[in-house]
Design a protein around this ligand. Structure first.
Ligand code: ZN
Length: 174
C-alpha cells in the first residue's frame, strides 16, 4: 500500500516583490479552514487547495505571478439539489501593483494583485482565485443525477402503469 505524498503547506505571509526578485517558485497546500467567503459558496471543500506559483519579472518589467490553483469542492446540483463534486481549477496571471492607480496601468493580460505593503497574505489571494474559478451553476452529469433518474423513472412508471390500468378496467368489466 502506498501512502499519499505529504504536501508541503505554503507560507501564509510572503513578500511578493522579494519573491519576484528571486524568481521564486512556490508549490504546496493552502489550508481552506479560514477561507470563509469560499465556504459560504460551497457545500464542502477539501482541507487544502493545491497551489503552484511562479514569481518573475516579465519582459516589460512587470512584477508577475503565474500559476495554478486547484481544490476539490461540493456544490449543490441545481437539478436535484444534492451535492455534486467538482474540481475547481484556476490559472492565474497576476501583476503586482502598489495601488489601484498603478493597477489600472497594467496590461490587460495581467489581473492586478494589489499589494500595498511589503508583505501579502497568500491564502487570501488563493481564495480570490478559487472564487473566480467557481462555476455560476453546477449540475451532475445527466446519467449520474438523481434528479434526472427520478424524472425518467417517473416516465417509466407512467408507461408501466397503463397496462395495469387497463387490466384493472378489464377486471371491473368482468
Ligand atoms: Zn443532480
Amino acid at each position: 500500500m502506498s501512502t499519499p505524498p505529504v504536501r508541503k503547506q505554503l507560507p501564509r505571509h510572503v513578500e511578493p516583490r522579494k519573491l519576484v526578485t528571486q524568481g521564486a517558485s512556490l508549490s504546496g497546500n493552502a489550508p481552506t479552514a479560514e477561507m470563509t467567503r469560499l465556504a459560504d459558496a460551497v457545500i464542502s471543500m477539501d482541507e487544502g487547495a493545491q497551489v503552484e506559483l511562479q514569481f518573475f519579472r516579465d519582459q516589460e518589467g512587470h512584477a508577475t505571478v503565474e500559476g495554478k490553483v486547484g481544490l476539490e469542492i461540493a456544490l449543490q446540483c441545481q437539478r436535484c439539489l444534492q451535492p455534486v463534486h467538482k474540481t475547481l481549477a484556476g490559472e492565474l496571471h497576476l501583476g503586482i501593483a502598489w495601488d489601484e492607480e498603478r493597477a489600472e496601468k497594467l496590461p490587460e493580460r495581467l489581473e492586478p494583485w494589489i499589494v500595498d505593503t511589503d508583505v501579502a497574505d497568500l491564502f487570501t489571494m488563493v481564495e480570490d482565485e478559487l472564487l473566480l474559478a467557481l462555476p455560476i451553476v453546477a449540475y451532475h452529469d445527466e446519467d449520474q443525477c438523481p434528479g434526472t433518474t427520478s424524472y425518467s423513472t417517473g416516465q417509466f412508471e407512467d408507461t408501466a402503469e397503463n397496462p395495469f390500468g387497463i387490466l384493472a378496467q378489464l377486471k371491473t368489466r368482468q
